[in-house]
Design a protein around this ligand. Structure first.
Ligand code: SF4
Length: 282
């Protein structure tokens, strides 16, 4: 394949990513790539090597690991967001038909919070109340979430942004299917890219598993400092139980509180005044 052909395909993928999600994913935000032609060299065939020569190993310095060879890069990474804003992403979401959840939703629920959040809180998907209002975490579970966040000096009006894995309500509040979560993933990536949270708090199994691309259960994931690989960055992430789970089973409140205290310790260590505005508003 020639370098021109490769570049055409790359640009088509970049364009479709921007068109679908209103934003270029981190995969397309690095330096511009200089593609090479695939060169096939015709060389005069050499006589077959002797059995002794066949046994000679290629020196390690001459071996080429094609899998790990990085693409050549040139140019500088653009420093702005290319005109993409949280509002433009919300606008894209409001008309999205990328998955079947669009057939049964009343409102899309893109998320809400401050523009420069210290923490991004990510849940599973909208429920009935959220579907009616277009706002995340406003039902009983949402009220409990607000209390959990307030206990560690966080709120959606001072230092958090709250979003979900899927932006439309799954019927009967079922867990989002993998294809639905995948269809919606670009919007969440766009939000993380624009908001640049310093920490992520994943609420429940579905959020943690989708963010971390794992099948490990919430009982194993929760309460540990993990990392979300995002482009070239790693964002510290902790998972804990979803507030809906706490409403169903009171016994989970104690371990969830342990998780939140551990989360707060690190927030404080990194930025001792992170909750200053929150407490002045109380
Ligand atoms: S859940 Fe996400 S991908 Fe599916 S229709 Fe809603 S916004 Fe689009």
């Amino acid at each position: 394949m020639t370098s021109d052909e490769k570049e055409t395909i790359y640009n088509l993928l970049k364009l479709s990513s921007s068109w679908v999600y209103g934003y270029k994913s981190p995969k397309f935000q690095g330096d511009s790539i200089a593609f090479d032609d695939d060169v096939i060299e015709f060389v005069e065939p050499k006589p077959a090597p002797s059995s002794d020569a066949m046994a000679t190993e290629v020196p390690q310095s001459e071996a080429i690991d094609i899998e790990s060879a990085p693409p050549k890069v040139t140019g500088q990474q653009p420093s702005d967001n290319g005109g993409i804003t949280i509002e433009s992403i919300c606008s894209k979401i409001s008309t999205c038909r990328n998955c079947v959840l669009s057939n049964t939703r009343t409102n899309t629920v893109p998320g809400e919070g401050v523009q420069h959040p210290y923490v991004m809180v990510i849940g599973e998907g909208p429920g009935e109340d959220e579907d009616k209002t277009g706002r995340p975490f406003v039902g009983k579970a949402g009220q409990l979430l607000d209390k959990m966040l307030a206990a560690i000096g966080l709120s959606r009006t001072t230092n958090c942004y709250i979003a979900n894995i899927v932006k439309c309500r799954p019927p009967m509040n079922r867990t989002p299917m993998p294809d639905e979560a995948n269809a919606c993933a670009g919007y969440l990536q766009a939000q993380i890219h624009i908001l640049k949270p310093k920490f992520i708090l994943a609420m429940g199994r579905t959020a943690a598993q989708n963010l971390l691309k794992t099948n490990t259960g919430i009982n194993t994931l929760r309460g540990n400092w993990l990392e979300l690989q995002f482009g070239n960055e790693k964002i510290p992430l902790m998972a804990t139980f979803h507030p809906s789970a706490l409403l169903r089973d009171e016994r989970l409140k104690a371990p969830a509180w342990q998780d939140l205290k551990k989360f707060r310790e690190k927030l404080l260590a990194e930025k001792p005044d992170y909750a200053e505005v929150f407490y002045t508003q109380q």
